[in-house]
Design a protein around this ligand. Structure first.
Ligand SMILES: [Zn+2]
Length: 224
């Protein structure tokens, strides 16, 4: 696909976050990989999907790797030790303990968080897909139950409305619940050994097929 870099941002460690546009002029779908640095598949899957020769109807925007510092360090958090998925300025934000779920010293304290907020305000996506590992579920926030069901059919992963533990300051709460933008959190099978990845590890090839099917559906669908 022809890609255009729309925006870029340096992190605290000097690595770059990139927003790319893969064309199309229908509804805008923003896909975000690697909120958590130890969940790297979103970056690989997106990069290999972008090599395909497709002409999407919808406008597909991608942030293949939101957390390049964590990705390079193989850590959940960014280089300041903040869990980006707990750093959004929601009503339920808390700083919390300085563990792997640390919400930051203040809401939206992190460059990555501010970058994503800026992208959403500027490009106004109609649907947002965030890529995580390792639970093999489709989770959603905001008005996204229809699309969640469709993605469940495609992936074979169950729809889970509630992920089962509190997530103060999460991106899903910020966009889906507080701003009414449909947000899908796609939890892929794990591809690498990690603390959370107690489930069998999926091969990148199988996961690639699954991801491509999801994106091909989103590229042309008009259900949202
Ligand atoms: Zn995650």
């Amino acid at each position: 696909m022809i890609q255009k870099v729309l925006d870029r941002q340096k992190t605290a460690s000097g690595n770059e976050i990139i927003l790319t546009d893969a064309g199309g002029d229908g509804t805008t779908v923003l896909t975000i990989g690697v909120f958590h640095g130890d969940e790297p598949s979103g970056k690989y899957l997106t990069e290999s999907f972008l090599e395909k020769d497709l002409h999407p109807k919808n406008r597909l925007l991608f942030i293949p790797c939101l957390n390049p510092d964590g990705f390079l360090n193989k850590t959940r958090c960014n280089s300041n030790g903040v869990d980006l998925n707990r750093n959004f300025p929601t009503k339920n934000w808390i700083s919390g303990k300085k563990d792997k779920y640390f919400g930051g010293n203040t809401p939206a304290s992190e460059i990555e968080t501010m970058f994503l907020i800026r992208v959403i305000e500027k490009y106004k996506p109609d649907l947002i897909l965030t890529l995580h590992e390792p639970y093999r579920i489709v989770n959603y926030d905001g008005p996204a139950s229809g699309i969640a069901k469709e993605l469940s059919k495609i992936t074979g992963y169950k729809v889970e409305e509630n992920i089962g533990y509190p997530t103060p300051g999460s991106f899903g709460t910020y966009c889906g619940i507080e701003r009414n933008i449909p947000v899908i959190t796609l939890e892929f099978a794990p591809t690498v050994e990690s603390e959370d990845a107690v489930l069998p590890i999926e091969t990148p090839e199988n996961l690639g097929c699954l991801y491509d099917k999801v994106m091909e559906y989103l590229a042309d669908s008009s259900i949202f």
